[in-house]
Design a protein around this ligand. Sequence first.
Ligand code: DP6
Length: 324
Amino acid sequence: MASATAIAHPNIALIKYWGVQDDALNLPASGSLSMTLDGLETRTMVTFDKALSEDTLELDGQTASHEATARASAHLDRIRHMARSVVPARVVSRNSFPTSAGIASSASGFAALTLAAATALGLDLPPKDLSILARKGSGSAARSIFGGFAEWHKGEDDQSSFAKQIWPPEHWKLVDWIAVVDRNPKSTGSHDGHRLASTSPFQEARVASAPQRLAECRSALMARDFQRLAAVVELDSHMMHAVMMTSFPPLLYWSAGSIQLMKKIAGWRADGLDVCYTLDAGPTVHCITTAEHSSQVEALLRSDTGVLELFRGIPGPPAHLVAS
Ligand code: DP6
């Protein structure tokens, strides 16, 4: 039996990945940039065991669905193929955050699975290769291999599409207050959503202008200029949601609570607070703020009756191995 355990953190994209240029390889339509979130984590143990007849997956203490197990198993096949192994695996994975948080666990889940499975099979892969591998499980997982701020260059083929760290966590102590405003499960997950992006007439314009937004985001982060960061982060989130809303069939991820909170956040910023918002494929509002203004933003969010639950993420470490 060969076993390894890894921890990885989810990430919040400041410049989003939405749409694929190659379905099979999971090559994104455009580059993206994110902050890896400490305070939230997935811990995954992978054990390759000849006594098993097939792969098994336990998620948060329960046997996972057939669909989730098949997706993990397909990813394990990629890693087994590299290690020339055919041994089935038992995967036990636990998220520190509830599914009700509306935080995609696929980024931290596939980053942890990639690192744990590759290590258990004796593959000593550099972060770049782990990122390439994680990408094929879930695109955003390519970024969760790295800590701090990571940029995923879209690339043109399998070996050129991977993420890199652009700044370590200490570069800028931003805080992501994750505000749950709606607990209804979303109807279309991001995996299927990516495949619809090209049906929107706005996707071409979004993809064509993504390099400009990436450059602006990098430059605002470099200068630690919150006003510039806020403008580009909100614009990029709006552009992704405009594509989602105008896809066929349309994807409307915002709820009334999301819109109310976005408006309030814009008002708080106009009143002088460093705070802005970004939303992934769901109604949960990620409120990005600075360490200096974090407690004021937290107090405003806690006194808001539309906010059902609140989680905190700060720039965190890369995916790493831990003792089982
Ligand atoms: C809206 O990485 O979850 O969060 O590659 O199909 O697993 P798959 O999709 P996923 O998509 C993330 C989409 C997003 C934006 C982002 O994180 O960049």
